[in-house]
Design a protein around this ligand. Structure first.
Ligand code: PRP
Length: 179
């Protein structure tokens, strides 16, 4: 437990068990293929590195960093690429690796961008799905956990860049971000 958290939602053991199971599912679903796993920085870094250890098909990894244009445009879905992928995606089977899908705006942009670049297939894997936050009709293909509409941090997820290094995930005390 951390003093800034009001509740632990998922322990490290719970996270690892689901991630291991997801790795096995992906290994079966991508049998005979060579997918490109695309990690969406920074929140998904922990999840990506643990997940790929449990995928047994040959795969490649790449990283993309995207940001919304300021606070107001978070709801408009206008985002920009801060760091693009290193290699072309044309003809590739893409697995987007996200830490959380909330409004879905980031994902909608990213999926469209990769499809526009002529990826052969694009699927989305997320550690956390927050369906109550959705503003666009988009669903992840694989989700480890559904989470409530609360401010969660840890295992990659931050508040003001903090708490990413916690090995577990919990709900942040409102007193930390209010006032
Ligand atoms: C978070 C998260 C997703 C996105 C999900 O990233 O990693 O990429 O927000 O939210 P949405 O569904 O409402 O678009 P953030 O912009 O906080 O950057 P970070 O991963 O570097 O923390």
């Amino acid at each position: 437990m951390h003093p800034d958290l009001e509740q632990v939602l998922f322990t490290e053991d719970q996270l690892m068990a689901e991630i291991r199971a997801l790795g096995a599912r992906l290994s079966a679903d991508y049998a005979g293929r060579n997918p490109l796993f695309v990690c969406v920085l920074k929140g998904a870094v922990m999840f990506m590195t643990d997940l790929v250890k449990h995928v047994t098909v040959p795969l490649e990894m790449d990283f993309i960093a995207i940001s919304s244009y300021g606070a107001s445009s978070k709801s408009s879905g206008v985002v920009r690429i801060l760091k693009d992928l290193d290699r072309p995606v044309e003809g590739r089977d893409i697995v987007i690796v996200e830490d959380i899908v909330d409004t879905g705006l980031t994902l909608a942009y990213l999926k469209e961008s990769l499809q526009h670049r002529r990826a052969q297939s694009v699927r989305v894997v997320t550690l956390f799905d927050k369906p109550e936050g959705r503003k666009v009709d988009i669903q992840p293909d694989y989700a480890c956990f559904q989470v409530p509409n609360a401010f969660i941090v840890g295992y990659g997820l931050d508040y003001a860049e903090r708490y990413r290094n916690l090995p577990f995930v919990g709900i942040l005390k409102p007193s930390v971000y209010i006032g």
